[in-house]
Design a protein around this ligand. Sequence first.
Ligand SMILES: NC(=O)c1ccc[n+]([C@@H]2O[C@H](COP(=O)([O-])OP(=O)(O)OC[C@H]3O[C@@H](n4cnc5c(N)ncnc54)[C@H](O)[C@@H]3O)[C@@H](O)[C@H]2O)c1
Length: 337
Amino acid sequence: MRVVVAGGAGFVGSHLCERLLADGAEVVCVDNFLTGRPGNVDPLRAHGAFRLLRRDVTGPLDIAGPVDAVLHLASPASPVDYRALPLETLAVGSVGTGRLLDLARRKGARFVLASTSEVYGDPQVHPQAEQYWGHVNPVGPRSMYDEAKRFAEALTTAHRATHGTRTGIVRIFNTYGPRMRADDGRAVPTFVTQALADRPVTVAGDGSQTRSLCHVDDLVDGLVRMMSREHPGPVNLGNPHELTMLELARLVVRLCGGTAPITFVPRPPDDPSVRRPDVTVARELLDWQPRVELADGLARTVAWFRERPVPPRPGPGYGAGLVPRQSAPVQLPAAGT
Ligand SMILES: NC(=O)c1ccc[n+]([C@@H]2O[C@H](COP(=O)([O-])OP(=O)(O)OC[C@H]3O[C@@H](n4cnc5c(N)ncnc54)[C@H](O)[C@@H]3O)[C@@H](O)[C@H]2O)c1
């Protein structure tokens, strides 16, 4: 089995490459290191079945030889990253998705799109099942990501209908684990690096907003199962165990030694109030359910961060006070190409 993992040098992608190699697959990791790091896959480079290609998937893309599956994880994924890279995020969700769909079609490969619970926006239905269409602000501060993924889902669906491409869509809910970047602005790495450095742990708002956190090993297992089915999806992948951000901060502080104080910072606009997946479809279709308990997965994540130096500066707080940096111009291909 030969699998192309686009975005394979990122947080989730690197764990996925590792798992596929362990399962005996040949892996072609395609990444431009926009938000990922070559270091995430360095240990895999000695593996004879692993190949790393530095490519932007919004550009022309061909992979020599047979391909059995194309797994599309390429996209900035944290609020810090996609707000700093809005055009790149929209380009990879649209043009990049198109390129990877074309590759899958040419190769007769299974295609899996890593979509997101962000397609549900700030949901008015709870928990979120796949039939829910979402509540998204198309011009809001998260729109470059939410709408890129919604467009990617639409394009994937149209490709299947028009060309018979063997597509599948998974909607990933908040995932955590080793190899998250300490500065990516997501709650777990932010809280862990703050607490380990004994700095104030910055909870946005009053901390009553909820999330449901899935360990990366569970998510990767769901992705592999989706790859080996023919179902179009969408299928939610996430852990239904829901907790408030304040509860998460307290748990992280306890796991990190229990001395860091908790402080409150302004909550960013359009920050979803609740988030919990309904995973009935994944359970029935993929025979999948998350197995890693939050306290256990967090303890392992804390252990990983403990081994790495923590930058001495204060973290920005989860999604708070973010300043977009200037995006590089994005070249969109001319119509018809
Ligand atoms: N981690 C989560 O909680 C979560 C939740 C929902 C959805 N997802 C989705 O899962 C995927 C992986 O997320 P992650 O957390 O590992 O993020 P990440 O930023 O760590 O990984 C994304 C990878 O894509 C690469 N990339 C971005 N644009 C590219 C391009 N144009 N060409 C080639 N490579 C490109 C980046 O360099 C990076 O290695 C993303 O598509 C994200 O939207 C993740």
